[in-house]
Design a protein around this ligand. Structure first.
Ligand SMILES: [Fe+2]
Length: 280
């Protein structure tokens, strides 16, 4: 059996700053300690984007130092809060894929293949994008191992969830699904980004999201929390945000199944003060 760990939504800030009142370096340090304590035997760890809160060089420098103690090998990719040129300046150009130019990876572990895709595009202001050359690269990586089970990790969720953040999902979700459909060996798609724990399918493609290391969103039907005509039927958060859980995904792969355990490395679920979210 192969085992790997996925972390996301680190939102690291330069020294002396907080992100929505949260010390995201402390949360990352807790996640690293949790992995080393519980999952040091993992084949590797993937950080699935939003490594920095605002793409600052100082945040990437802190990130580089903080993840150095991780026991398993580490693969990184980016999310909407990241800045690819700054990331490469600090972390090194070797993180860029020679074919796609983005922070994409193909990892062959035992009898499974894991494909990691970079969906960052600062021009989209929160949403995600896969370039045409990335879709082509993905198709080639799927086609060359038709009998190998594949798990794909990317920052942005591939399906709308009937929540208020549906406008910042992966914009190329249909092109992505087109690339995946027809490859029966694709077993699971794992994303962060939404700060909530979900699972489902999009056009038959199985996906899940995990809450990640930052604040947590608790979706609830607005019909129960009070009607707002324009938003009726949507799921909204009944509280501004919660402090936790700080959550990661542990992926177990064998010849018959892919199981994703959502494990909380931080179990504080306090409601955060509304003034910490002036933009919402
Ligand atoms: Fe994100």
């Amino acid at each position: 059996m192969q085992k790997f760990v996925v972390l996301a939504d680190i939102h690291l800030v330069p020294e002396g700053k907080l992100s929505h009142g949260l010390d995201t370096l402390d949360r990352l340090n807790r996640a690293v300690a949790y992995v080393n304590d519980i999952h040091a035997d993992a084949d590797f760890v993937v950080f699935a984007g939003d490594l920095a809160d605002h793409g600052e060089a100082a945040a990437y420098a802190r990130f580089k130092t903080a993840i150095a103690p991780l026991t398993p090998p580490v693969y990184l990719t980016l999310g909407n809060h990241d800045h690819r040129p700054t990331f490469l300046d600090v972390m090194g150009p070797a993180h860029a894929n020679a074919d796609s130019g983005c922070i994409d990876h193909v990892i062959d572990a035992g009898d499974h293949r894991v494909i990691v895709l970079d969906t960052s595009d600062p021009e989209l202001h929160g949403a995600g994008r896969l370039e045409a050359r990335q879709i082509g690269w993905l198709k080639a990586r799927l086609a060359e191992v038709p009998d190998t089970p594949v798990v794909i990790v990317l920052h942005h969720n591939i399906a709308p969830f009937d929540v208020q953040t549906d406008f910042i999902i992966l914009q190329d979700n249909d092109a992505f699904a087109d690339a995946v459909l027809g490859h029966a060996h694709v077993r699971q798609i794992i994303s962060g980004h939404v700060h909530m724990t979900t699972s489902g399918t999009y056009r038959g493609v199985p996906f899940c999201t995990f809450a990640g290391a930052h604040y947590s969103i608790e979706p609830m039907s607005i019909a129960r929390s009070g009607p707002i005509p324009a938003e009726r039927g949507k799921y909204v958060s009944p509280v501004p945000r919660r402090e936790g859980p700080g959550q990661l995904a542990v992926v177990l792969c064998n010849s018959d199944s892919v199981v994703v355990h959502m494990e909380n490395f931080l179990d504080r679920h306090l409601v955060l003060a509304p003034e910490l979210f002036a933009w919402s």
